[in-house]
Design a protein around this ligand. Structure first.
Ligand code: PMP
Length: 387
C-alpha cells in the first residue's frame, strides 16, 4: 500500500517533482552566480504572476503571516487609520497585526459565509480618510472570494492604499494587480504558487513604496524592515550579490522553477483550469445534497470548497475515514462554525482526477457517518459539470 495520501487541503498542497528536486539539490552559496540568477529571475517572475507592471517584489524566508506582518510594519505608523474588509479568520488576523503597529482599525464585516458589499465598504471609506485598506482575496476559513476589482476601485476612489492578502488566491484566482489598482499583494509559497511552506512573498506598487519612503517614524520590526531588504532585492534583480540575512537558498531555487511553470502554463489558462476544477468539485458536493459555507454561489472561491457536514456526521470520524481512503482533507477553521464543515483545497497542479478521488473519499466518509449515498453520484456530477 502506498504511504502517501492525496493532499487536498487548502495549503500546503501537492507539489511537482521538479520543484521538490530543486529543494533536494545540493545547496549553493547565497552569493553563487547560479543562485543570483535564480533569485533575480524569481523576483521578475513574481511580478509577472501578479500582473504587476511596476511593483517591487520582496521574497523573504517566512510564511504568509510574516508577509502580512511586514506589510503592516512598513506601511503603518502609530495613529494611522486602516480599514479591514473582513470575511473570516484571516481578516481578524490582519486587524490584529495592524493594531500591533499602532493603527486605528475600522472593520467592515459580514455574517459567516457572507462578504461585505462594495457599497458598504465604500460608505465606510468615505468616513475616512484611511491610510490603507486590507482585503482577503479568499478567506481560507470560509472559502469566500472577495470582489477585489470593485473593492480596490472603491479604495482608490477614496485615497486608501489597497493591500491584498492573496495567500489563498495568487496563481489560482484572477488577479490583475496593476490594472485593478491594488497597491500591495502578499502571498506565501505553499498554496497555488506550488512550493513547500517557507517563503513570504510580497509585491508593493509605487504608491505603497512612496508611503513607505515618506514614513515619519522608524519601522518597528527589525527583520521585516524594507530598509534592510530593498537593497537586497534590487541587487539580486540587477544580478548582483547582496546580504542582509541569509536567503532560503533551496526554497528560492524551487520557487523559481514553480514560477517558470506557472508562466509557461499562462496566467489566464491557469485561472480557467482552477475554475473548471472548482466547478467540478462543487457540482459533486451539491449532488450529494451537501451545503457549503459561502452563502451565495457567486461568493465561492475557485481554490477551495468548504462543504457543511450533514446533521449527525462527526468531523473527526469523517476526516479519519477520508484519510483511510487515501485523501487528506482539512477540518473547519472559522471559530464560529469550526466543527460544522470541512475544507477541500484544489490549487496548483490539481487535476479533475484528484477531484474524483476526493469525491469518492467524501462519499465513503459520508456513508460511514450514516448518510445515504448513491455510490458515484458526485463523480458523475463532477464529470458532467459544465466547462
Ligand atoms: N492569509 C490567508 C488567506 C491564509 O489562507 C493563510 C494560511 N492559511 C494565511 C494568511 C497565513 O499564512 P501562513 O499560514 O503561511 O502564515
Amino acid at each position: 500500500m502506498k504511504k502517501r495520501s492525496l493532499l487536498m487541503i487548502p495549503g500546503p498542497i501537492e507539489f511537482e517533482a521538479e520543484v521538490l528536486a530543486a529543494l533536494g539539490a545540493p545547496t549553493t552559496s547565497h552569493l553563487a552566480p547560479e543562485f543570483i540568477e535564480a533569485f533575480g529571475q524569481a523576483l521578475e517572475r513574481l511580478r509577472q504572476v501578479m500582473l504587476s507592471t511596476d511593483g517591487q517584489p520582496f521574497i523573504l524566508a517566512g510564511t504568509g503571516t510574516l508577509a502580512m506582518d511586514t506589510v503592516g510594519a512598513n506601511l503603518v505608523e502609530p495613529g494611522d487609520r486602516a480599514l479591514v474588509v473582513n470575511h473570516g479568520y484571516f481578516g481578524d488576523r490582519y486587524a490584529a497585526i495592524l493594531e500591533r503597529y499602532g493603527a486605528q482599525i475600522t472593520q467592515v464585516g459580514a455574517a459567516v459565509g457572507g462578504r461585505p458589499g462594495v457599497d458598504e465598504v465604500e460608505a465606510a471609506l468615505q468616513k475616512g480618510p484611511y491610510k490603507l485598506m486590507t482585503i482577503t482575496h479568499v478567506d481560507t476559513s470560509t472559502g469566500v472570494l472577495a470582489d477585489v476589482a470593485s473593492l480596490a476601485a472603491a479604495g482608490k476612489r477614496q485615497g486608501a492604499l489597497v493591500v491584498l492578502d492573496g495567500v489563498c488566491s495568487v496563481a489560482g484566482e484572477e488577479l490583475q494587480m496593476s490594472a485593478w489598482g491594488v497597491d500591495v499583494v502578499l502571498t506565501a509559497s505553499q498554496k497555488a504558487i506550488g512550493v513547500p511552506p517557507g517563503l513570504a512573498l510580497v509585491v508593493a506598487g509605487p504608491q505603497a513604496m512612496a508611503a513607505f519612503k515618506n514614513r515619519r517614524t522608524p519601522v518597528r520590526n527589525y527583520y521585516g524592515d524594507w530598509n534592510n531588504w530593498l537593497p537586497v532585492m534590487e541587487a539580486y534583480e540587477a544580478r548582483k550579490p547582496s546580504y542582509f540575512a541569509t536567503p532560503a537558498v533551496n526554497l528560492i531555487f524551487a520557487l523559481n522553477v514553480s514560477l517558470e511553470r506557472i508562466l509557461a502554463e499562462g496566467i489566464a489558462p491557469r485561472v480557467e483550469r482552477h475554475q473548471a476544477v472548482s466547478r467540478a468539485c462543487k457540482a459533486g458536493i451539491r449532488a450529494l445534497g451537501v451545503g457549503q459555507v459561502p452563502l451565495k454561489d457567486e461568493f465561492t472561491a475557485n481554490t477551495m470548497t468548504a462543504p457543511r457536514y450533514p446533521a449527525d456526521v462527526r468531523a473527526a470520524d469523517f476526516l479519519a475515514v477520508a484519510a483511510q481512503a487515501g485523501v487528506t482533507l482539512a477540518g473547519g477553521l472559522h471559530p464560529a462554525i469550526r466543527s460544522e464543515y470541512f475544507r477541500i483545497g484544489h490549487m496548483g497542479v490539481v487535476s479533475l482526477g484528484d477531484i474524483l478521488a476526493t469525491l469518492s473519499a467524501v462519499e465513503l466518509a459520508l456513508s460511514a457517518g450514516g448518510v445515504k449515498v448513491e455510490p458515484g453520484i458526485s463523480l458523475a456530477a463532477a464529470q458532467g459539470a459544465k466547462a
